[in-house]
Design a binder for this molecule. Sequence first.
Ligand code: GDP
Length: 427
Amino acid sequence: MLSAIVGINWGDEGKGRMVDLLGADYDVVVRYQGGNNAGHTVINDKGKFILNLLPSGILREDTVNVMGVGMVVDIEHLCGEIRALESKGIRITPDNLMISDKAAVCMPYHVDLDVLEEERLGDRKQGSTKRGIAPAYSDKYMHKSIRMGDLLFPGTLGDKLANILEWKNLMIAGGYGQEPFEVRNGETAGWLRRFGEPLIPFIRDTGRYLSEAAAAGKNILFEAQLGALRDIDYGIHPYTTSSQTLASYAGTGAGIPGARLDRVIGVIKAYSSSVGGGPFVTEMEGAEAEALREAGGEYGAATGRPRRVGAFDIPASRYGVKTQGADCLALTKLDVLAYMDKIPICVAYEVNGERTERFVTGDELEAAKPIYEYAEGFKQDISQCRRKSDLPKAAADYIRRLEEAVGCAIRYVSVGPKREDYIDMSR
Ligand code: GDP
């Protein structure tokens, strides 16, 4: 069985937590896009873990984890992440971690360029996490990347790097007026050696491994980072990430472009949150926002930044469900809404004086105002509920309302951050 777990909203829906839970049914977990710009927080019997680059299956003993072709990998960050997990007793070997030879390396000059551009933009900044992701992907499409597989050939790596730096400096020195990277060439080559060498045993043709695993009938789970609304093509341009967050890209980004998915599980949050810039129609302000942020612990896993929060947004979520092609949904963080007397739900937008149920884009989205309806609050701790019948009626009604509105069945409801804090609605 080939399945994908993907985000329906702006990211931070709790995908890592769902991969950790459902990963038990899979032999292989693959990350197929993105870099260390977002983080999954996973809490299970082994402790609390923040994963930026490693697939969430790394926390299960027998799962093979693959970092796919579509990723950009900051090798210094990855070495640190591996060390941090190993220090908590997680075993990481070439048998349970494989890194695609075709994934691009996210280099120190990518991070520098990301920071320089955000500084240049000043108050027009796009809310980059400044981890170098956009510059790394841009270079990939300019075919000027160092790829993970290049680390296997130290004899030619220096020349590849020198050629790229000659070009990069046109922008770094000529454009931004910074010290050119030639001067630091030795330093950059040293960085590649220092953090590349420990990773060499993990680098391989992961596409071949995955094809063989699929042919042998193994269960493979594709794990996405961020959500539909941050997809480079279908998200809220230009406030998107730099890669494809959609399930339809899973096979391609993983290394088996011909793969057909059997199941797409969309992870959707019981309210909205967003890190970074861009239009956010249901955004709450002041004390109302503070209360939801506190209740939901909405601070970025990768950056610690307070997340913007708001009410559930039906037009945006319906669009997310459609673009992901979700077969079923996992609704997360329902427990967080326990404090609300009335739960706001955005059912439509008002754009230039007209009501629309469509998820609009560009300037229309900037101008959209939310139209709310209010659901009854359930006003009780539901974090111990384990069956559908344990849920208070108001919570069950809220779930049904969302399910109907977005046009997809909610199969799982998560009521807490720990692995077992969930309800399987099919039982
Ligand atoms: P991801 O990137 O989609 O995996 O999401 P994050 O890990 O950035 O954010 C999800 C956060 O919510 C993490 O801190 C999780 O531990 C937590 N979380 C996930 N599901 C639930 C839930 O149902 N209830 C509560 N209270 N917290 C949850």
